[in-house]
Ligand binder design. Structure first.
Ligand code: ZN
Ligand code: FE
Length: 256
């Protein structure tokens, strides 16, 4: 049974901060800590007391606020064991299959390397929520800064296998720009056309395009669709390995 309350807020230039709150125990976790002041302001706005930070990866735009927030709140900092030396204030190291708890609500750690070597995502099955940091974006995916296409494709495949109605919270608001690229890869995709129109409208209104869902990403996100005959044809890669096709899409996006 779902019981977590979620507060998503824009932070830094194009990051999102997310707070998840268990009303039964009053526990509250932040997904990453991009900016200490903005995170503390969001907590105050909701009247929530921070108990934990769940860190997805070591990049500064996800960790810069950790130390100040920890000093102020005494929260526990949980993050990937494989990036232990790179994350300030890390208290608890987690790896694939480990359980994290927000109050009484259990989440599962899914290792999703590729953007960074140790990137993790946090999946809360009872609430149908996944926090994916910079691995998966709506209609996009993270850059391969510390991993190859094979590694990232394997990570994205794990996320793609979650229930389609799982709500996906991402580290950045990139949807509108991602749609412009995606339409060059699969212009005939009607679900993508609709997503692009909606994202452009979100941008015009200054409203968030997130969260998304796994089902919606499977229908629109070219990085989850290397099996699409239309994409394979457009890239001249019919019948090639899915990770190779994924890698080619990623390369094209880097040049776009
Ligand atoms: Zn990052
Ligand atoms: Fe980031």
């Amino acid at each position: 049974m779902a019981r977590l309350e979620i507060h998503q807020f824009p932070t830094r230039s194009d990051n999102y901060g997310v707070l998840i709150h268990d009303p039964a125990t009053e526990a509250t976790a932040a997904i990453d800590a991009p900016d200490a002041e903005e995170l503390l302001a969001a907590l105050q706005k909701r009247g929530w007391t921070l108990t934990d930070i769940l860190v997805t990866h070591h990049h500064g735009d996800h960790t810069a606020g950790i130390e100040a927030v920890k000093r102020k709140t005494g929260c526990t900092v949980i993050g990937p064991a494989r990036e232990a030396g790179l994350i300030p204030g890390l208290d608890v190291e987690v790896k694939e299959g480990d359980t994290v708890e927000v109050g009484g609500v259990k989440g599962r750690v899914i290792e999703t390397p590729g953007h960074t070597r140790g990137h993790v995502s946090y999946f809360f099955p009872d609430d149908g929520l996944v926090f994916v940091g910079d691995t998966l974006f709506s209609v996009g995916c993270g850059k391969l800064l510390e991993g190859d296409a094979k590694t990232m494709w394997s990570s994205l495949s794990k996320l793609a296998a979650l229930p389609p109605d799982t709500r996906v919270y991402c580290g950045h608001e990139y949807t509108d720009a991602n749609c412009r690229f995606a339409l060059t890869v699969e212009p005939e995709n009607e679900a993508l056309q609709a997503r692009a129109a909606e994202a452009a409208d979100n941008t015009a209104k200054g409203s968030p395009s997130l969260p998304t869902t796994i089902g919606r990403e499977l229908a629109t996100n070219p990085f989850l669709r290397p099996q699409s005959p239309a994409i394979q044809k457009r890239l001249g890669m019919e019948g090639r390995a899915l990770e190779e096709i994924f890698g080619e899409i990623r390369k094209r996006k880097d040049r776009f």
